[in-house]
Write a protein that binds this ligand. Structure first.
Ligand code: GDP
Length: 300
């Protein structure tokens, strides 16, 4: 994955230097931890996350599990792997489906984060599993957004609910509510609500998103974050957590060559799991997120 390429290279270098050693001295551990710390910071992982991470790795690396290990260096790599899985959210978290359909999934995030594209990706993925998703155009800020969702819906082979001219135009809460009624009458078992984003976090946008959340009581609120956004990832995520209390994170644009570490901090800082990863513009460039697989890729 291009995004974590340089972090991955740096960690690999650190570990290969370690592997030439038999027993590890406390000085070896400290040097290794310092290098890991620098690699994570250079990859834009948030400072608080780096501090906790390196403190835990150091404590474990100086402990019994390493001194008793047949291959101490390998044991340190194993510890780093386990702790990476932890900051990435631990266990994989799957979508929660409602007992009484439709399951409502709301998408939130900044403009350009990849929400509309994600709506299409999710719809296609859900359809392949036998679901009958309905896409809802509740992004009424951008003139193109409704058309863009219609295009994506067509590509995914999913129905799109958009406001009729003159009927609720400009009122995304009303559109979202009407869409749920429509979904029930047409046997759609999943409703995916695309919401408006702005270039920066702003109070009005957050109020609107919160209004939609209250009106449709979603089973999942997915916060979509562009892996390229760098250090702003953490503050943006915290603002959306406060504003819409999302249930899961979607990392998008992991195919880019950004350093990616900020996006890695989001699960740890918000305590919400990363549920999906988007890796391109095409509707198939998308996969459920597995913390353990991602950690292995980074340490590969
Ligand atoms: P929205 O404003 O949040 O709805 O964002 P869009 O879905 O319109 O996406 C903004 C731009 O990013 C579009 O040009 C998408 O094609 C592109 N995009 C979305 N997801 C990805 C991704 O995972 N990788 C790449 N490279 N581009 C993406």
């Amino acid at each position: 994955m291009a995004t974590f390429g340089s972090l991955s290279d740096r960690l690999t270098q650190t570990f290969s230097a370690l592997r030439t050693k038999g027993k590890l001295s406390p000085a070896d551990v400290d040097k290794t931890v310092r290098e890991i710390r620098r690699a994570l910071l250079d990859a834009d992982v948030a400072l608080t996350v780096v501090k906790d991470f390196t403190a835990t790795v150091r404590e474990r690396a100086l402990g019994d599990e390493v001194s008793r290990a047949l291959n101490p260096a390998q044991q340190v790599v194993q510890i780093v792997n386990e702790e990476l899985v932890t900051i990435l959210g631990g266990q994989q978290r799957r979508l929660e489906f409602a007992k009484n359909p439709p399951t409502v999934i709301m998408l939130a995030g900044l403009q350009g984060a990849g929400k509309t594209t994600l709506a299409g990706k999710l719809a296609k993925w859900l359809k392949a599993q036998g679901h009958t998703p309905l896409l809802v155009a509740a992004d009424l800020q951008r003139p193109n957004a409704v058309t863009q969702l219609q295009v994506v819906g067509e590509q995914a082979g999913a129905a799109v609910f958009a406001p009729e001219p003159g009927n609720g135009v400009g009122d995304p809460v009303r559109v979202a509510k009407d869409a749920i009624v429509h979904a029930r009458s047409r046997q759609h078992d999943v409703v995916i609500v695309d919401t408006a984003g702005r270039l920066g976090v702003d109070a009005e946008l957050m109020k609107q998103a919160a209004g939609i959340r209250t009106a449709v009581d979603p089973d999942e609120v997915l916060f979509v974050i562009d892996a390229m956004i760098g250090q702003d990832a953490v503050s943006t995520a915290l603002a959306f957590q406060e504003g819409v209390d999302f249930t899961g994170v979607v990392l998008s644009k992991l195919d880019g060559d950004a350093r990616g570490g900020a996006a890695l901090s989001v699960a740890s800082v918000t305590g919400r799991p990363i549920m999906f990863a988007s890796t391109g513009e095409g509707l198939d460039d998308f996969e459920p997120f597995h913390p353990d697989r991602m950690a292995s890729r980074i340490l590969d």
